[in-house]
Design a binder for this molecule. Sequence first.
Ligand code: CO8
Length: 258
Amino acid sequence: MDAYETILVETRGRVGLVRLNRPRAFNALNSQLMRELTNALTALDADPAVGAIVITGNERVFAAGADIREMSTATPVDMLVSGYIDLFDRIRSVTKPIIAAVSGWALGGGFELAMTCDMIIASESAKFGQPEINLGIIPGAGGTQRLTRTVGKYLAMEMVLNDRRLSAEEAARWGLVNRVVPVERYLDEALTLAEQLAARAPLALRIAKEAVNKALETSLTEGLAYERRVFFLLFATEDQKEGMQAFLEKREPAWRGQ
Ligand code: CO8
């Protein structure tokens, strides 16, 4: 693994675990952290020994957003040339499932990071919000788009325009998180879910992620046609033969990712 200063990276079995680690700045996502995070995710995505990834912070904070200190004097050209927000597209292009394990604050870019992940496990203390309006800006890494697609126009308007924050329970009610668990268990819960995912047929898992994401980006007709094409494609894999044979022979399949 590369040496990182703002994140901690380890593998547990077939799960890659990335911890955001700027506790004194409430894990504010400065450009160094975003670069290190995307480099780590790219490396984990390329590692055949890893099947799924968990991103977490600490019990008190997932991430309190972009680093306001770093951003405060930026010009539009600085923001463009730095490629800072483009790094979110690299996270989005990771092929393996990513779970955000969120405890405490997930604000601004921190909430956007969690929403860029594929599933969210929240601790009872998790709090979600898009407070950018207080700084005279708006969300810039998907907050107006992913949030609205998930919770609909009216709540998104209140959160983005008026800094309405959601408790973990409210987030669960609005379909923003997969489940809420006690603070002592949120990371274990996310790791267990990631282990289950990592044990699944790798190519089907990858295509399943792509297909679900497609649903957010296309019309129903296009999405259904896409699903059918990739469904057919999986019949070219050894894992499809193995999965069905194992079912017929009443044994566990041995996936090869081929
Ligand atoms: N940036 C920089 N430093 C921060 C940030 C931040 N986002 N959040 C907290 N800190 C620092 C504080 O400055 C403070 O540092 P110091 O001790 O040196 O003064 C330390 O963390 C602790 O913060 P507080 O004293 O404020 O702690 P509280 O417990 O009173 O409050 C909060 C915690 C509620 C999290 C509070 O710190 C807060 O409101 N933070 C700002 C949240 C915010 O506005 N986030 C949005 C930022 S803008 C954004 O994300 C735009 C996204 C653009 C694209 C995405 C790119 C990643």
